[in-house]
Design a protein around this ligand. Structure first.
Ligand SMILES: CC(C)=CCC/C(C)=C(\C)COP(=O)(O)OP(=O)(O)O
Ligand code: MG
Length: 427
C-alpha cells in the first residue's frame, strides 16, 4: 500500500484543533445560523458593485463585509489561524521561476485575478504527481507524456488551493484531479472513450470510490478489477490517499459529488449518441452534473479542516456550491470552445447549444454564454456573502472562501493554459 507519510506534527495539532472545534460547534451551528433567511431573503447586491438603490445600505455593507471576508479572510484579533493553517515555508527562489504565465482572459468575462501560484509548490506537486502517475498507477503510455505535462496539473491545484497547509494536502486534490481526467479522457472522450458501454464502465469505476460489499466468493474478483485499467487504478489509489485525511462525512460528500459527475457524463453521452442538441436550460442542467463540483467541495479536506455535514447540507450552502461549480464549468465551455470545435463530431458546450437552439450567430452565442457565466458568478458571490453574514462560523467562512479561491484558481488555469486552450476570434 502506498504510504504518503505522516503529515507534519504541527499540522496534525492544528487540524485536530479545527476538528475538535467544529465538532463542538456543529449541533448548535446549524441552529445558530439563520441559513433559511440567507437563502430566501431578498437578493443581495454582489460585492464588486456599489450599493444600489434597491438594496438598503446597511444590508449591502453587511454583504460587502461578508464577501470581503470570504475572499480575503477575516481580520482582527484572534483571526490569524482562520486565514491559513500552518504551512511549510517554501525556500526562496530565483525571481525568474515565478514569471507570470501567459494567456489572455476572455474579454467581458467577470473573474478575479489570482497571485501567481507559489512556484516551489508547483514544482514539487508536478514532480510528485508524475511519479505517482508513472510508478504507482501506470497511468499513461509514453506517447501521452507531452499532454500530461501540458495539462499543468501542479499549477492548477496550487492556484486553486492557496490555503493548503502542506504539499501532502495538495497532493490529495492533485491525484483526484488527474484520476477524474483519466476517466473522462479514457472512458468518455478523446483517449478511446465512447458513449457505447459508458454506463457499465463508469459504474465499475465508481466502485473504486464507493466499494462493493459482497460475498467472499466475489470480493477478490472485484478487488482485482480495480487494477485492470488506468482510470480504475487512478481512482482507487487517489481515493485511498484521500481517505487517509478525509473524515467519513467528507469522504461521503465526495462520493456523492462523483456520482453526480458520472450521471452528468451519462446524459452527455446519451445525447451524443442520438445527436440530440438539448434546449439551453437542459444543457445547463446536464452541465451542473458534468461539472467541476467534486474539486471545490474537497477544499476543507485539502485545507486540513472540516465543514460539518449538517452545515454542508444546508440549502443555502448547496446553492452557493452549485452556482460556483456551474460558473467554473461554463468557464471551461468558454475557454475550450475552439478546441472542441476542432474535435471530431459535434461537441456540446454552452455557445454551441445557444447558437443552435436560439438561432443566433456563433459570435452572439459566445457573447451570451459569457453573460450566463457572469450571472452565475454574481449569484454565487451574492449567495455566499448572504450565507457568510447569516452564519459567521469560522469553518463556514473558510469553506466559502476556499470555494471562491477554487473558482478564481480555475479561471487562472484556463486562461493561462495556452497548451490546451485558445480564444476564438470574436473581438
Ligand atoms: C476534474 C473534474 C471533476 C472534471 C469533471 C468534468 C470535466 C471533465 C470538466 C468540467 C471539463 O470539461 P471538458 O470535458 O469539456 O474538458 P476540456 O474542455 O476538454 O478541457
Ligand atoms: Mg470543455
Amino acid at each position: 500500500m502506498p504510504n504518503p507519510g505522516p503529515f507534519p506534527p504541527q499540522l496534525s495539532l492544528s487540524a485536530a484543533a479545527l476538528h475538535f472545534g467544529t465538532t463542538a460547534l456543529s449541533d448548535s451551528a446549524a441552529r445558530a445560523c439563520d441559513v433559511k433567511a440567507a437563502a430566501s431573503g431578498p437578493p443581495v447586491s454582489s460585492v464588486p458593485v456599489p450599493p444600489s438603490a434597491d438594496v438598503p445600505a446597511s444590508e449591502a455593507e453587511t454583504a460587502d463585509a461578508a464577501l470581503e471576508r470570504i475572499l480575503r479572510g477575516p481580520s482582527g484579533l484572534g483571526t490569524t489561524s482562520l486565514h491559513l493553517a500552518l504551512r511549510e515555508e517554501p525556500p526562496a527562489l530565483p525571481e525568474s521561476r515565478a514569471a507570470p504565465a501567459e494567456g489572455n482572459p476572455i474579454p467581458g468575462l467577470y473573474y478575479h485575478p489570482v497571485a501567481e501560484p507559489d512556484p516551489v509548490r508547483v514544482e514539487e506537486v508536478s514532480r510528485r504527481i508524475k511519479a505517482w502517475a508513472l510508478e504507482e498507477v501506470d497511468l499513461y503510455p509514453e506517447e501521452w507524456e507531452e499532454q500530461f505535462d501540458g495539462f499543468s496539473v501542479g499549477r492548477y491545484m496550487v492556484a486553486c488551493h492557496p490555503d493548503a497547509p502542506t504539499v501532502d494536502h495538495l497532493m490529495l486534490a492533485t491525484r483526484l484531479m488527474v484520476a477524474e481526467n483519466a476517466v473522462d479522457d479514457c472512458y468518455c472522450e478523446d483517449h478511446g472513450g465512447s458513449p457505447i458501454g459508458l454506463g457499465g464502465r463508469l459504474l465499475l469505476a465508481h466502485t473504486a470510490l464507493d466499494p462493493l460489499h459482497t460475498t467472499k466468493e466475489y470480493q477478490p474478483q472485484w478487488a482485482e478489477s480495480l487494477h485492470s485499467d488506468a482510470p480504475r487504478r487512478a481512482y482507487r489509489s487517489a481515493m485511498e490517499y484521500f481517505l487517509q485525511e478525509a473524515s467519513p462525512s467528507q469522504a461521503d460528500r465526495f462520493r456523492h459529488d462523483m456520482a453526480r459527475l458520472h450521471m452528468g457524463y451519462l446524459a452527455e453521452a446519451a445525447w451524443a449518441q442520438t445527436e440530440h442538441v438539448p434546449e439551453v436550460w437542459a444543457y445547463l442542467a446536464m452541465r451542473q452534473f458534468n461539472n467541476f463540483r467534486p474539486c471545490p467541495t474537497i477544499t476543507d479536506t485539502v485545507g486540513g479542516y472540516e465543514l460539518p455535514a449538517d452545515l454542508h447540507a444546508q440549502p443555502a450552502m448547496q446553492r452557493a456550491i452549485a452556482l460556483a461549480g456551474n460558473a467554473t464549468t461554463i468557464v471551461n465551455d468558454l475557454y475550450s470552445y475552439t478546441k472542441e470545435l476542432a474535435s471530431p463530431g459535434r461537441h456540446l458546450n454552452l455557445p454551441v447549444v445557444i447558437a443552435e437552439r436560439e438561432g443566433v450567430s456563433d459570435r452572439e452565442a459566445y457573447l451570451k454564454a459569457i453573460e450566463v457565466h457572469n450571472d452565475l458568478m454574481h449569484d454565487f458571490e451574492a449567495e455566499a456573502a448572504a450565507l457568510a453574514a447569516a452564519c459567521p462560523l469560522p469553518n463556514v467562512q473558510r469553506f466559502l472562501r476556499g470555494v471562491a479561491a477554487w473558482v478564481d484558481g480555475n479561471h487562472y488555469w484556463h486562461q493561462t493554459n495556452t497548451y490546451r486552450y485558445s480564444l476564438p476570434d470574436f473581438w
